[in-house]
Each structure stands twice: as structure tokens, then as C-alpha cells.
Design a protein around this ligand. Structure first.
Ligand code: SF4
Length: 312
């Protein structure tokens, strides 16, 4: 492992700026809301928030900024979680309306300290957004809720349009990349349950550059299709600090492109976003609409469908 190795040019990004970016930041601070974009210091924040190809995408992080787990790739603080803020679901829905987003990504820290893992709070946030405007498309990036099917069912029943859960890496590297409470089979089971119990699109993400072999990535794509996953993204792992997992390698953009082609042509994923700077919810709204078009549907179809579902 080359510690402190210079980042290749393809990983350079411009710091976020612009009035739209500032507006969103103010709206979030006014309501004491967190985004994974800021917590993970995502390089795409400027692009996603300003939404050059549409109203933009922001990823709200629910249930506080401290996690009950400590994955070695993640910059979120571990332990010392606060009680849930009962106003958060309404505050998020207010912010979504004020910012004018029509595609929202909701994620959360893991709250293994809560009996239901926070699934009821997460579900209430989806409902609050849909209550305000059933046509808003909601993507949820959920924890594994320690494999509790009731918790996953609460999310499904709240009526999101996309349910994502990240396997993060290949089976062999689950530890040390992820917290020991995370598990490859457990994550596949979450995705499988959503596929079996609903017609919601499912999605997952893998980081590359943590020591995986190509044959392992290939096998993982097969495992994901077996549990009905529609969308997969690949992005470069970036070390948040020296106390986090080392970068094993900076994967060349050509290999990212290869994996995109393999995922879409050989494994027939609905779409695959793949690139060094790609993150789970990178341009999620735009890419979801693109996927719908491949299914011969339009974004308006999806909104009509969401409205018909009427946010429960
Ligand atoms: S579960 Fe892991 S990846 Fe998710 S917020 Fe907690 S530490 Fe980060």
C-alpha cells in the first residue's frame, strides 16, 4: 500500500460554489439538517446540488451525524448518538419543498441502538415528503437494520420510488472495509426482500480501489442480479483521513468504463453509473430518469405512478 500516494489527475474536483449551493446550505442549516454530501465531503456536491441537468439532487442524512457503527472507509463519527429529533421528518419535507427538489435521496447513519433501527422514523420522513407532494421521487439508501425484515418492510410500505442498500465491496473484503456488524449475505438479503416484496427499483454501490480482484467484482455483479438489483454504481474509494483504510489503488477511468459496459451488457442491469468520482447518489435523479427511459417510461410516468400511489 502506497501511503500518501499522489492522487491522479482524474480525481481532481472543483470546490462547490454558486448561489444555488449557498441557498441549499442555508436551508439545511436553518433546520439543523445533515447531508451525506457534507458529512462525507463528497467531491460532487457542487454538481449535484446545482443540478446542471435538472433541479439537482441532495442526500439528506437522517437520525443525526453519529453512527452506531465504525466502517473503516467512512468519515462519519462513531458512537455518542443523540435521541431522534421528532421534528426531523417534517423539517426534511419543508427543506425539500423550499429548495424545490423533485428527486430526493434519503439516507441515514446506522442506529443499532434503537429497537427498530430507526426504520419507523425513516419511513415517516418518506411519508412526510410524499404527503406534501406525491409527485416527488424519493430514493432511499437504507441501512441493513441488522437484517430485520420488519424494519425493511416499514420502508417498503412508506412508498419510496427507489430503495438502495450498499454492499460497498466484494464478499472477501467486507471486513476490514465495513464494520463487523455488516455482512455480504445480510446486505444481499435486504435487497432480495425489496425485490420479492415490491416493484420498487433496487440499487447498490461498490467502491473500487480497496484491494478487490476483477473476478470478485464480476462475481458480485452476478450475485446482485440474482437478488434482482436493477441499478449498480462504481466509484473510487478515497481515504477520508490517515486513520481510515488505505487506498489500495487508484483505479483507471478505463476500467470503470469497462465495468459499466459489463454491468449493462453482460448482466443486463437497468443502468450502471461508473467512474472515479461516482458516489451512491451521484446525479441520482438524472440517472433514474434515464433508466426509466430505457424501460420505455418517462419521468412524468414515474411521477404519475408516484401520485397514483398517493404517498400512501
Ligand atoms: S454504517 Fe458504516 S458507512 Fe454507514 S454511516 Fe455508519 S460507519 Fe458510515
Amino acid at each position: 500500500m502506497q501511503r500518501g500516494r499522489r492522487k491522479p489527475d482524474w480525481l481532481k474536483s472543483r470546490p462547490p460554489s454558486g448561489t444555488r449551493f449557498t441557498e441549499i446550505k442555508e436551508s439545511l442549516r436553518d433546520r439543523d439538517l445533515h447531508t451525506v454530501c457534507e458529512e462525507a465531503n463528497c467531491p460532487n456536491m457542487g454538481e449535484c446540488w446545482s443540478g446542471r441537468d435538472g433541479p439537482g439532487t441532495a442526500t439528506f442524512m437522517l437520525m443525526g451525524d453519529r453512527c452506531s457503527r465504525g466502517c473503516n472507509f467512512c468519515d462519519v463519527e462513531t458512537g455518542g448518538m443523540d435521541p431522534l429529533d421528532p421534528d426531523e421528518p417534517a423539517n426534511v419535507a419543508d427543506a425539500v419543498a423550499e429548495i424545490g427538489l423533485d428527486y430526493v435521496v434519503l439516507t441515514s447513519v446506522d442506529r443499532d441502538d434503537l429497537a427498530d433501527g430507526g426504520s419507523a422514523h425513516f419511513a415517516e420522513t418518506i411519508r412526510e415528503i410524499k404527503r406534501r407532494d406525491p409527485g416527488i421521487l424519493v430514493e432511499t439508501l437504507i441501512p441493513d437494520f441488522e437484517g430485520d425484515p420488519e424494519a425493511v418492510r416499514r420502508i417498503i410500505d412508506a412508498g419510496p420510488d427507489v430503495i438502495a442498500h450498499n454492499v460497498e465491496t466484494v464478499e472477501r473484503l467486507q471486513w476490514p472495509v465495513r464494520d463487523r456488524r455488516a455482512d455480504y449475505e445480510q446486505s444481499l438479503a435486504v435487497l432480495d426482500q425489496v425485490d420479492r416484496e415490491s416493484d420498487v427499483h433496487t440499487k447498490t454501490s461498490l467502491m473500487l480501489g480497496v484491494g478487490e480482484y476483477d473476478h470478485e467484482v464480476y462475481r458480485t455483479l452476478g450475485d446482485l442480479r440474482e437478488v434482482g438489483v436493477d441499478v449498480v454504481t462504481f466509484g473510487q474509494y478515497l481515504q477520508p483521513s490517515r486513520s481510515h483504510l488505505d487506498v489500495f489503488e487508484y483505479v483507471h477511468p478505463d476500467l470503470f468504463e469497462t465495468w459499466r459496459a459489463v454491468a449493462e451488457t453482460e448482466f443486463d442491469f437497468l443502468y450502471c453509473a461508473s467512474g472515479p468520482m461516482v458516489r451512491s447518489s451521484y446525479k441520482a435523479g438524472e440517472l433514474f430518469v434515464e433508466a426509466l427511459l430505457r424501460e420505455g417510461r418517462s419521468a412524468e410516468d414515474a411521477r404519475q405512478h408516484a401520485r397514483a400511489a398517493g404517498g400512501d
